[in-house]
Design a protein around this ligand. Structure first.
Ligand code: TNX
Length: 519
């Protein structure tokens, strides 16, 4: 026992002194490994802040409290420090305060490291969350551990002024094809927050499952939420209380939830739950396969729109975010005229309940409303309907399937995922410009980017992570970093340097051979 313990101690000392060397006055600053890359960063030779057992997280604005709470929740277990959150600045530690600079906008922040303090300045809760996400990456990877780790907890001298390229950086999880528990979803939300993702889109209904309790239509979850792809059975849905808890959890990470109910196609689970939603009045059998395009709500029945309005009303009431996603994709069993009739009736319902509509891009051909947001998921660089909408002034959300569909295989050997949009290796996911990808959709028309993760083949958190890492941080980089820093050769080592962090967190990432991984 004794020799073994001595060896462990020696190793710790070597690690500690190695880390101290980088903090001495004459050491050159290490290249930073931040993802996403900040808009402006300067590194200061010889300046180091060290978090100590007496450090406090000090606020001068209550807007920063949620971000302070997330920082404390992250750092207390690993450092073992108390890190109390206090009001007012009385000395060393982490300071979250207001910014005098209106150019920071709704999400920007400044971060300055001095020997005594790390100061984050922002005008909004979102700005503080973004500053905290940066600070976490400036600390050693082991700061993310859930158990006590040896220090020192150093941050090298850095000044950052940062704002996002796009205001919408999203990720979607399909909980319909396979259902994921609230703990699994929260785990993914926590991972998104590390990379300044600010919208989380939950795909809550599809042919294989209806996943949110709707009190006025209880059979939706009782029947429609009873199975999934592959045929597993159970109570595979969220109660409204569980959904509210998920929304609150996302909010505590600075993330807004966008719920989606896909219609008028992708509706077999609803049609299996209620006979009256079918034109022939017959319930459909539950579906546990992976086909698409075979289902449609009954366009001519009034009850269809009572159903839609009840769903929209109930979900709007428990969704604080301003957006509702109505799907609208692959309605191959809904004739074009019916599809238009359906959207003409449904879009006003969403507006009536105070939400802004987002939909898969097909729906944009039915409306000239410039407030609604088409989400482009195609694989081509032209789409006349989306271009026309952009010309009218609509903002477009970019999710080209051959670039950022996280369910596409990396290459032919990837065990999980699909390949209908091709293989998407890390370099493919990085190698495009959202502001110049689609003809007629220029930088100013782009609202942002979203990485969808469809789950026909995805069952566990390890599966989610294998497909999302490293491509999710790639999407985060495209959505936040200025276009001027876009350069694969410089990006790849930054991406590779995230691996120690993922190892500490137990994230199951794909070790792509395209990336020079840091051990
Ligand atoms: C297409 S993308 C779909 C989904 C599938 C996905 C699989 C889109 C709007 N619809 O129904 O799950 O492909 O990659």
């Amino acid at each position: 026992m004794a020799p073994h313990r001595a060896r462990t101690l020696a190793a710790v000392l070597i690690v500690a002194s190695g880390a101290l060397v980088t903090g001495t006055a004459d050491a050159a600053p290490q290249p930073h490994h931040l993802i996403p890359h900040p808009a402006k960063i300067t590194q200061h030779t010889g300046v180091t802040f060290t978090l100590s057992p007496s450090s406090k997280i000090q606020l001068t604005t209550q807007k920063a409290r949620p971000a302070a709470a997330l920082l404390a929740e992250t750092l207390r277990p690993s450092t073992g420090f108390a890190l109390p959150i206090t009001t007012g600045v009385t000395g060393g530690g982490i300071v979250l305060t207001t910014a005098a600079d209106p150019k920071l906008g709704p999400e920007g922040y400044k971060l300055d490291v001095t020997p005594k303090q790390v100061v984050i300045r922002a005008n909004s809760a979102a700005g503080h969350f973004n500053g905290i996400a940066t600070l976490r990456q400036l600390l050693p990877a082991k700061a993310e551990a859930k158990t006590g780790q040896p220090g020192p907890w150093q941050v090298s001298g850095t000044s950052i002024t940062d704002t996002p390229r796009y205001r919408h950086r999203g990720a979607m999880l399909d909980v319909s094809r396979h259902f994921f528990t609230t703990d699994q979803v929260k785990r993914y939300i926590d991972q998104l927050a590390m990379y300044k993702i600010n919208y989380f889109h939950l795909h809550l209904s599809d042919d294989q499952g209806w996943r949110l309790e709707i009190k006025s239509w209880p059979e939706l979850t009782k029947i429609g939420g009873s199975t999934e792809v592959g045929g597993r059975t159970g109570a595979l849905f969220y109660t409204q209380e569980q959904y509210k808890d998920l929304v609150a959890h996302a909010r505590s990470r600075g993330i807004t939830v966008i719920p989606e109910f896909d219609m008028p196609g992708h509706t077999n689970a609803a049609q299996a739950s209620y006979a009256e939603l079918n034109c022939d009045g017959q319930k459909r059998p539950l579906y546990t396969g992976t086909g698409v395009g075979f289902s449609s709500l009954c366009i001519d029945k009034d009850i269809t729109y009572r159903f839609v309005e009840d769903v929209v009303r109930e979900v709007s009431a428990i969704t604080p975010g301003p957006y509702l996603h109505i799907g609208g994709d692959e309605a191959h069993s809904t004739p074009d005229a019916d599809y238009r009739t359906f959207m003409d009736r449904v879009l006003p319902i969403v507006r009536k309940h105070g939400k802004t509509t987002i939909g898969w891009h097909e729906f944009i051909k039915t409306t000239e409303d410039t407030e609604v947001i088409p989400q482009f998921w195609g694989t081509t660089s032209t789409n006349a309907d989306v271009a026309a909408a952009a010309r009218r002034g609509n903002e477009v959300l970019m999710s080209p399937a051959n670039r950022i569909y996280l369910d596409m295989k990396y290459d032919k050997d990837t065990k999980l995922g699909l390949n209908w949009a091709g293989y998407v290796e890390v370099k493919d996911a990085y190698g495009w410009n959202p502001g110049a990808y689609l003809d007629g959709v220029t930088e100013k028309n782009v609202r942002g980017v979203e990485a969808p993760l469809w789950t026909e083949t995805i069952r566990t958190s390890a599966d989610i992570e294998y497909m999302a890492f490293p491509r999710l941080p790639v999407v985060a980089e495209l959505g936040w970093a200025p276009a001027s820093v876009h350069d694969w050769e410089r990006f790849a080592p930054r991406l590779g340097a995230q691996a120690p962090r993922w190892k500490v967190m137990g994230i199951n990432y794909h070790p792509s051979t395209q990336v020079p991984w840091t051990n």
